[in-house]
Design a protein around this ligand. Sequence first.
Ligand code: ADP
Ligand code: MG
Length: 693
Amino acid sequence: MRPAILNPLFAEVTDLKGVGPRLGKLFQKLCGPHVVDLLWHLPVDLVDRSFRPKVAEAPEGHIATLTVTVEQHQKPHNPRQPYRVRCRDASGVLFLVFFHVKGDWLERQLPVGASRIVSGKVERFNNQTQMTHPDYILDPAGLDSMKLIEPVYRLTAGLTLRIVHKAIEAALARAPQLDEWSDAELVKRRGWPAWRTAIAAVHAPAQPEDLLPTNPARERLAYDELLANQLTIAVLRARSRKRTGRSIVAKGDLRQRVERALPFALTGAQRRAFGEIAADMAQPLRMNRLLQGDVGSGKTVVALLAMCDAVEAGGQAALMAPTEILARQHFATLTALAKDSDIAIALLTGREKGRARTEFLERLAAGEIQIAVGTHALFQDEIAFKDLALAVIDEQHRFGVEQRLQLAAKGHAVDILVMTATPIPRTLEMTAYGDLDSSRLDEKPANRAKTTTSAVPVERLDEIIAAIRRALAKRAKIYWICPLIEESEDSDLQAAEARFSELFQIFGNRVGLIHGRMKGPERDRTMAAFASGGIDLLVATTVIEVGVDVTDATIMVIEHAERFGLAQLHQLRGRIGRGDQPAACLLLYASPLSETAKQRLSILRESDDGFRIAEEDLRLRGAGEVLGTRQSGFAEFRLVDLAAHADLIPVAREEARLVLARDAELESPRGAALRTLLYLFARDAAVRYLRTG
Ligand code: ADP
Ligand code: MG
């Protein structure tokens, strides 16, 4: 149970004075439903109101706090005109300007002859000094109620800064003193304040530097969050290790038969990764392993070999892909690779219905299907395996941890292998996939030709089209990628359609279009036509991002490359140069390029190493975007800036390890403080795994 001391923080936001249901909804949207979510909503900027010049010296465009005497109200003659109030000090005149004034509140706020303090942005209009809708209008006696330096928060429509300030103040008033959970030595060495002091400090920045992630109070809170994260991972990991798995040991006959029939030799990295996987499977513990490698690095083959062992040992294996296209492609690939081995492989996606589906279910339950390939459809309730031993999940970041667990629940002590083509920087690996062991395919198959990458301003589109004409004459296969224009699929699609019809007018029906709104069968048909040669120039939205495999595609044009992230560009580019023909990637960009965009494009021209690109991507973008955490819903940090706080991750990891080594169930006084920490960051699930949770 959550310690009572935290309860005031886990009340609904509407529990705060002055926050009713309407504001409650807005706060929920802004930061979350609970009081504690307000505490985690850190300022992004500050307003300094300490500048108090004379009216005549107040510089235009600056925030200033002025002391004036009210002289005259100039009411508007029609509602579209502003209401102006003339004020002055010894140096000059200041007009306060208001629009849409209702009632007499201005007369009450600004009685003629009274002295007032006003704070806001100074403007110059028609040679007059004015302030439109001052942020503060105060009686001089009330000056104390105005913070001279005020934090600025991210808002949402309907919320003003003033409302957010009030609510956060009320939330802070509820923040209790908590016993220190971190190592005292560490806290002292880093000069970190205690939690209560830190949370108050981050909401009261005094200077711009206080907003930096390196500010001790911010750093402390970030560390707390990391420690909660690492402790959770360590607890879950300890538990899942203890749960007995099954030992899958095969002589390897089946695997060798498949391997001998491969038209290529495995790379060193593939052998090493397979070795690690086989060793995990042989142990009577559950495997939880991540297999990372660029597109085309040969993950599928490694997975197949592991699945062969599972099948030979008498169990079943499943391979789950995030999209239907990919599931079909995996099915085709595996069937081809294993064609001489008599392994029964079958496919299930949302599109298999009626008779086909029933038959699949029957054969799966009877154990006649040895390798099941599919989409999410594979973990629906009606799906029962006879004996699922190994589950392979492709493209992890599209699935959540929950789904991983769901699939594991389909069998008894299932070993899990997660494959991802988005190499993850080491630091992030610890926070997002810390519960997994990891293998890396960091070596490309030897037969790959080089892909040359160049960046071209969009003004040279004509030259590109001419080059495409020449390439098409030589029967090249070309991808033309259109980006997400806005956060809307519609406009995204319109741009792709416009480009398609333009290219269609030039090159006729050798041009095809594929996008996310297309129905499955239509998409498959288009993809098949591109693979077999009916279509040679495929205009695509980023639907092809994941997995799709047309080995002889050699040219890719990416429009508005500056709008894509580094890792995404790298991933797209991985679709070409998969055969033995040299390939070319043309990054079309609109000038002028931002500094970051410039860096991104130049890293891509230089490097083809997914692991290096991932590190650079983290450096340039920040962690949330790299992981796509918003969608996947895990490792979502509120206070940690993974790029800036990266050095704290190993520290937190080590502290979590030490603490659990000494006090595995968190029963000591320090353990109790750490439990509070876990609850504070809503890691209730982790506490439940502790003996007396
Ligand atoms: P990934 O799943 O990592 O994108 P795949 O396993 O689909 O990569 O392999 C991509 C392509 O490379 C496939 O056509 C596959 O048959 C081929 N391939 C895999 N391993 C090798 C290798 N060691 N040498 C040559 N080609 C390979
Ligand atoms: Mg693949």
